[in-house]
Design a protein around this ligand. Structure first.
Ligand code: PMP
Length: 461
């Protein structure tokens, strides 16, 4: 029952001067969170089935994280990075050295995933400058990608809708086809395809001239722009081979996939490949503080150390003691409760439950992912896998139906009509237990069922 007082307060909030994502839409007011659940001011309970934007990896309202925040706030919350270093920043960087694969050992802290990929871009360019190859300035990516919203990170991203208004300001970075087997851009199937999608990188490098390419950036599992797209076996090994052959750095954007989300420490660890630079964010603090980082290999840092001795980037809040103390507490929590391993196991359960739904609801075209990063793509035609047109807004319909029923799932779309389908990400906190997975899938199934029959009635399916 919603009390009059609550409604009044909510109306006041809706009239407030906060700019919300869609200006004309109203949003529930978050009150508190506990484990995988969020509660709004009316008392409605939601399963956080997407960990927000795949961020709240360890769940909500954990007292030991709150304790760590309080302790650090009482000691010192802010020091400026060119005047002081701090214990939590040092300790977290050392922990990231242990988390990251191979020689990816050096951390530069920033505040958002966009800043992490943008810093990766700048570090790659600087690396080649220090090596005496200043013409290597372009970064190749895949058109099905999202690497951030700042102009540099957006230049590397494919999402047409997000780019459109700013295109004249964006760098003219080339892109290649994604490893999207459900809708293979080459109309092939694996393994007969011979990994044409990976080989396209070589063609793109040759087309641009290797002398102009600093790096290739990829999300190891494509998240928000595709819906947990996992490349076929051998893809990243081939990509790395091509990068090495043409002196192109490989940047893994692990902003969404890092810190156990896919059942490995980093998603790239599913393949026998070590990147040169890794961008991280989101799960680094599980949403308890804004913090992200660019983790750099020995190889990439060496010429900077010998050369200009400074990474030409940085922000006021870089290596902030408060945020890094939170990161440290969150990663300690992930380790203590073995959440990476748990994500692998519960992810298998979630995946098999979702695959089972696909057998019953023809609107579901594909179910995919790794660990607790799963994607469900919708189709309008079971025979040719035709995506719904954007006017149907199928994932929006599913998301709002789920939300009405108390489940949060996240939209995933490449933003290119016809070339890719509409999908949702289901990515609950890594702490989710089997019973909660059952509840999540039950609500998701009811929502899919209702949307499917509504679309049938409207003649869209
Ligand atoms: N890279 C990836 C893979 C992401 O998923 C995101 C955010 N969805 C970003 C970069 C940008 O991160 P932020 O929103 O923190 O700037």
């Amino acid at each position: 029952m919603i009390s009059l007082l609550t409604v009044y307060r909510e109306e006041e909030i809706m009239k407030s001067h906060l700019i919300k994502p869609f200006l004309d839409e109203s949003y529930p007011v978050a009150d508190y969170g506990q484990g995988i659940y969020l509660y709004d001011k009316t008392g409605k309970k939601y399963i956080d089935g997407s960990s927000g934007a795949v961020t709240a990896n360890i769940g909500h309202g954990i007292p030991e994280i709150a304790d760590a925040m309080k302790k650090q706030a009482e000691k010192v919350s802010f020091v400026y990075r060119s005047q002081f270093t701090s214990e939590p920043a040092e300790k977290l960087a050392n922990k990231l050295k242990d988390w990251a694969p191979g020689d990816v050992n050096w951390t530069f802290f920033v505040n958002s995933g966009s800043e992490a990929t943008e810093t990766a871009l700048k570090v790659a360019i600087q690396y080649w400058q220090e090596k005496g190859k200043p013409s290597k300035i372009k970064v190749l990516s895949r058109w099905m990608s999202y690497h951030g919203i700042t102009l540099g990170s957006l230049s590397m991203s494919g999402h047409v809708g997000r780019r459109a208004r700013f295109t004249p300001l964006l760098e003219d970075f080339p892109s290649v086809e994604p490893p999207y087997c459900f809708r293979c851009p080459f109309k092939q199937t694996h393994p007969q395809c011979g990994l044409m999608c990976a080989d396209e990188l070589e063609r793109a490098i040759l087309r641009e001239g290797a002398d102009h390419i600093a790096a290739f950036i990829a999300e190891p599992v494509i998240g928000a722009s595709g819906g947990a797209i996992v490349p076929p076996p051998g893809y990243y090994e081939r990509i790395k081979e091509i990068c090495d052959k043409y002196d192109v750095l490989f940047i893994a954007d692990e902003v969404m996939t890092g810190f156990g989300r896919t059942g490995k420490r980093f998603a790239i660890d599913h393949w026998a490949v070590v990147p040169d630079i890794i961008a991280v964010g989101k799960g680094l603090t599980g949403g308890y503080a804004p913090l992200a980082a660019t983790i750099i290999s020995d190889k990439v840092l060496a010429p900077v150390r010998q050369g200009s001795k400074i990474i030409m980037s940085g922000h006021t809040y870089s290596a902030n003691p408060q945020a890094t103390a939170v990161g440290l507490a969150v990663l300690n929590y992930v380790e203590k409760y073995n959440l990476t391993k748990r994500a692998e196991k519960t992810g298998d359960k979630l995946m098999s439950r979702l695959k089972n739904l696909k057998r019953h609801y023809p609107i579901i075209g594909d179910v995919r992912g790794k660990g607790l990063l799963t994607g469900v793509e919708f189709i309008s035609n079971v025979f040719n896998h035709m995506p719904f047109s954007s006017e149907v807004s199928v994932s929006k319909k599913i998301i709002s139906k789920c939300m009405d029923k108390g489940l949060l799932v996240y939209p995933a779309s490449a933003g290119i009509e016809g070339k890719a389908g509409d999908a949702v990400l289901i990515a609950p906190p890594l702490t989710i237990i089997e019973e909660e997975i059952n509840d999540l899938v039950t609500i998701f199934e009811e929502s899919v069922k209702e949307v499917q029959s509504e679309l049938q009635i409207q003649g869209y399916f």
